[in-house]
Design a protein around this ligand. Sequence first.
Ligand code: PCA
Length: 324
Amino acid sequence: MTSIKKLLTATTLLAAMSAPAMAAQWDMPMAYASSNFHSEMGVVFADKVRDYTGGEVDITIHAGGSLFKGGEIKRAVQTGQAPIGERFMSAHANELPILGWDNIPFLATTYAANDKLWATAKPYVNKALSAQNLVALYTCPWPGQGFYFKKEVKSSADTQGIKFRSYNSATATFAEELGMIPVQIEAAELSQALATGVAESFISSGSTGYDRKVWESLSHYYKVNAWLPRNYVMVNKGVWDGLDSTTQGQVQKAADETGAACSTKSQALANWYFEQLSSNGMSVEDASPVFLSELKAIGVKMTADWLANVGSDGQAILDSYNAQ
Ligand code: PCA
């Protein structure tokens, strides 16, 4: 080595030793609109993480599927293309059926019951995620799920042949049982799908109907409260394991606080969304008793399908939940 090179190497080493540890810069893709409460809480989470870690972990939120589309986020985090990300948990139930724990119709239809079900399912879910190189930091429920249509619907006699936007395999099954034709579409593409007639119905909360201004294409919302599905914020396991335990504790504290605040916000907004749908001209009503009883019968079948797909862990979750 020439002496000048030796000098440069020594200087670089010295600089590296005396510089403070580099802050981790994490880009965090999120799937839903930046104005949606899940995305707003993502920003709160990033702020808390920056605060609690003294800037050691610096998260930048990319909402609305702008960095990775909703359907790509989990794979991006698993493979380390993104260190952290957020996605709708049951969208992955086709590959990991346990992640459909929150789509079991009419099982846990209040926020308190949903919390209880999550506490029961969490160890099983975390085990499955860990095997996929993921660590869940927090989850947050959407408000209860009901049906959007562009006409009055009193029973399954009115739903035959309707093109239905599904968001996972469970909702596709629900649609098929109602004689509808499911097509899976991301929330980010929903307004366009409705405007072009690719879909003319879907199941969701008032939240997504509001975000996507679906009154421009649809006219009726039926409250069903079939389930309260969750989004989750996941981090790449290698990235997580690379943090020292103090930093992990600080990030987890931010996550725990954000998850709780997000759930409170979801609950606080649930009826407000319905008011927005109505003030934009939609009819917002409870589903008719006949339709509801048909949905409940389909729910029994879907629960059996879920149990058959998940196996003994699914039964253990239901037994333990029902025993509480
Ligand atoms: N909105 C999301 C998932 C559940 C919800 O309420 C959606 O429709 O994609």
